[in-house]
Write a protein that binds this ligand. Structure first.
Ligand code: G1P
Length: 293
């Protein structure tokens, strides 16, 4: 199948992070450290592994720290250089993105995820692209988006990541209806955003990773407000499903929802435990903490 390579990814980062206040009062939630780097850095790494070349951040006011993070820190580098701290200097050098590979657009009002994605339309242009919600961190090898790319190369169309969720939690998410598993994916036959418990068509929630065809922008443009009074990506995807195929991938990996205090704590510990240099020491330290009277 002749398929266009997925080169660009949209990261919607305009939300306030109200569920993790006060940590997010003056710091964007995407910049909360998850072990040794901001949450958003893990998401960028996931996407880079999958071959993404250009990142479109849909930001809001007070999000400048994200833009600065992906730029040179001139004074810091200069001071490391003078102090002969070559290891740290090299680390910063290695993580510096290629010039011109990041774009930042402002979502001026919090009208919803669908609207945030729509704000990226001019930079994406007419090609398929990925969307990664940076609240959600997924620890896996190969990365979640890489697993989705493999499915995409099998079936094409639109691909969304899903994972099973407890029945009492379905109304916090988008939920899919689906056909049987075929190869790496299953056909999506319906989706609903934030369903009531008895309306959920399955226990598979939409996880926050998408590969979408550019026709989605056409539907986002006219998408009326849905659940929570917001312009929902799920609603626009459902309309696009009238003319294009959607597939769901139940990925392998550990998922963390950094949008909540518990999920954030779990992510920090989860990434610390997996760190090659510090993981073992972190485990020992945690065991001591847990047995402390
Ligand atoms: C968004 C999506 C939802 C998805 C969720 C994953 O909801 O609209 O379909 O299940 O992310 O975290 P939000 O968390 O922005 O309310």
């Amino acid at each position: 199948m002749g398929m266009k390579k997925i080169r660009k990814a949209v990261l919607p980062v305009a939300g306030f992070g109200t569920r993790v206040l006060p940590a997010t009062k003056s710091l964007p939630k995407e910049m909360l450290p998850v072990f040794d780097r901001p949450a958003v850095h893990w998401v960028v790494e996931e996407a880079l592994e999958a071959g993404i070349e250009h990142f479109v951040f849909v930001t809001g006011r007070n999000k400048n720290a994200i833009e600065d993070y992906f730029d040179r820190a001139y004074e810091l580098e200069e001071s490391l250089r003078r102090a002969g701290k070559t290891v740290q200097l090299k680390m910063l050098e290695d993580m510096l993105p290629e010039a011109g590979s990041k774009s930042f657009v402002r979502q001026q009002s919090p009208l919803g995820l669908g609207h945030a994605v729509w704000c990226a339309r001019d930079i994406i242009g007419y090609e398929p692209f990925a969307v990664l919600l940076p609240d959600v961190l997924i620890q896996s090898s190969p990365s979640c988006l890489t697993q989705m790319m493999a499915a995409y190369h099998e079936v094409g169309g639109n691909v969304i990541a899903v994972d099973p969720v407890r029945g009492d939690q379905v109304s916090d998410y988008g939920v899919i209806a689906h056909g049987p598993q075929m190869g790496k994916s299953m056909a999506v036959t319906g989706m609903i955003e934030k369903p009531a418990r008895d309306q959920a068509p399955s226990n598979l929630r939409i996880t926050g990773r998408y590969i979408l065809q550019p026709e989605i922008f056409h539907y986002l443009e006219t998408q009326p407000r849905g659940a929570g009074g917001e312009i929902q990506l799920t609603d626009a995807m459902l309309r696009l499903m009238g003319s294009q195929a959607f597939y769901a991938v139940e990925f392998e990996g550990q998922e963390f929802d950094c949008g909540t205090k518990l999920g954030y704590a779990q992510a920090f510990v989860g990434y610390a435990l997996k760190d090659l240099e510090w993981g073992q020491a972190v485990r020992t330290m945690m065991e001591q903490l847990l047995t402390r009277p």
